[in-house]
Design a protein around this ligand. Structure first.
Ligand code: AMP
Length: 364
């Protein structure tokens, strides 16, 4: 099948790396020069909303998906009128607006931090009445990797944050969580669903640094609760493909923070820690292949390489480490690749994580 992808970054690259062996060919709509996915298929170098570029992508594709949730929903809708697009554009629209996303969680009975929209200074008082202090003030749209958000511990700080961030904001209760988890689910065209073990995610400066899978100490009830949250969202959105839900764990409760309607950084470990990766299952879903039930034989971890990458040969010599570079030029804060570590037990994986982190830390 000919698969078209909106976006040509590392997620598009890994989708193609896993989709080509299934017999598929790839095209990417990506305006940036020399994109990571460029080695794997045809690149249509036009903006995501360019009618000519969208027309070429539609003509080159039997099925279309996206690797980046800030592509214009209108582009996805335009394509969906001509060629099957999955996940549906509706999923993009919800994921692009934190208010729509949290409202969906509430309507589906999914726990989420208390929240209130802020469209101007007059909304601050009712917002803080809903969330209490501290509160997290976020832009509703186009936030990523912790950008466009501030934690406010006082009313004055919240007012200052609103002034800095502008309008179209949301206030959320600050959650003193035990840890951050994510659930990755895949929905297939025959109604099948598969789930990966919940992953623990450690962030620094708003950017994911390390994931551990299965999340250490993961219990059956927490896994089931994560799967239930994902299932409700998949059902609500009539979803096909991989969905990630970012969660806060507080004791035995899970609160949903946000969704990613695509393959997700916290699922990169599945390339080496599961026998069917998130990328393979996403491509299977959007090309109407049956899903592969992923088997996870042991613990795995993923370390992001951010800003600068250590010597590849040195990294590749660490026992249990598998290097995945994206072909990007180094730049501060940029995700250049990741390393997956697998091992017989968690101690072996942790030794690998420490070795990789020591090398990666030196480069940042
Ligand atoms: P987000 O862009 O919503 O994924 O937020 C980035 C990071 O900020 C999250 O991974 C959390 O570490 C933190 N964060 C976001 N929202 C909250 C919240 N309501 N309470 C506490 N921490 C939060």
């Amino acid at each position: 099948m000919r698969v078209g992808i909106l976006g040509g970054g590392q997620l598009g690259r890994m989708l193609a790396l896993e989709g080509i062996p299934l017999g598929h060919r790839f095209s990417f709509l990506e305006p940036a020069p020399d994109p990571p996915a460029g080695a794997l298929g045809q690149v249509i170098a036009q903006p995501y909303d360019d009618p000519g570029g969208l027309g070429r992508l539609a003509a080159a594709s039997d099925a279309v998906s996206f690797e980046f949730e800030n592509v214009p929903a209108a582009s996805a809708r335009w394509l969906a009128a001509r060629v099957p697009v999955h996940p549906r554009p509706k999923a993009l629209e919800v994921a692009q607006d934190r208010l729509a996303e949290k409202t969906m969680f509430r309507e589906l009975g999914i726990g989420t931090p208390a929240f209130h929209p802020i469209d101007g200074p007059a909304d601050l008082e009712p917002a803080l009445a809903a969330t209490g202090l501290p509160a997290v003030i976020k832009t509703r749209r186009f936030g990523y990797d912790g950008k466009g958000q501030e934690v406010a511990r006082t009313e004055a700080a919240a007012a200052a944050a609103v002034e800095r961030l502008g309008s179209g904001l949301i206030a959320e209760a600050f959650v003193d969580f035990d840890r951050e988890l994510s659930v990755l689910a895949a929905a297939g065209s025959d109604g099948d669903r598969v789930f990966y073990p919940l992953t623990e995610n450690r962030h620094q400066d708003g950017i994911l640094r390390v994931s551990h899978a299965p999340a250490p100490g993961l219990t059956g009830p927490i896994q089931a609760a994560g799967e239930e949250i994902a299932t409700r969202i998949l059902d609500c959105l009539g979803y096909l493909g991989v969905l990630a839900v970012e969660l806060f764990q507080c004791g035995n409760a899970l609160l949903a923070n946000e969704i990613a309607p695509r393959v997700h950084n916290s699922g990169h470990w599945t390339l080496d820690g599961a026998d069917a990766s998130q990328f393979e299952n996403h491509i299977r879903a959007v090309t109407a292949f049956p899903l592969a039930v992923p088997r996870v034989p042991g613990p795995a971890a993923m370390i992001n390489l951010i800003g600068a990458a250590p010597d590849p040969a040195t990294l590749a010599s660490i026992p249990g480490a598998r290097l995945h570079l994206y072909g990007k030029a180094p730049r501060p804060g940029r995700k250049l690749g990741h390393v997956n570590v697998t091992g017989a037990d968690r101690e072996a994986v942790m030794r690998g994580v420490e070795a990789v982190t020591a090398l990666a830390g030196k480069c940042e």
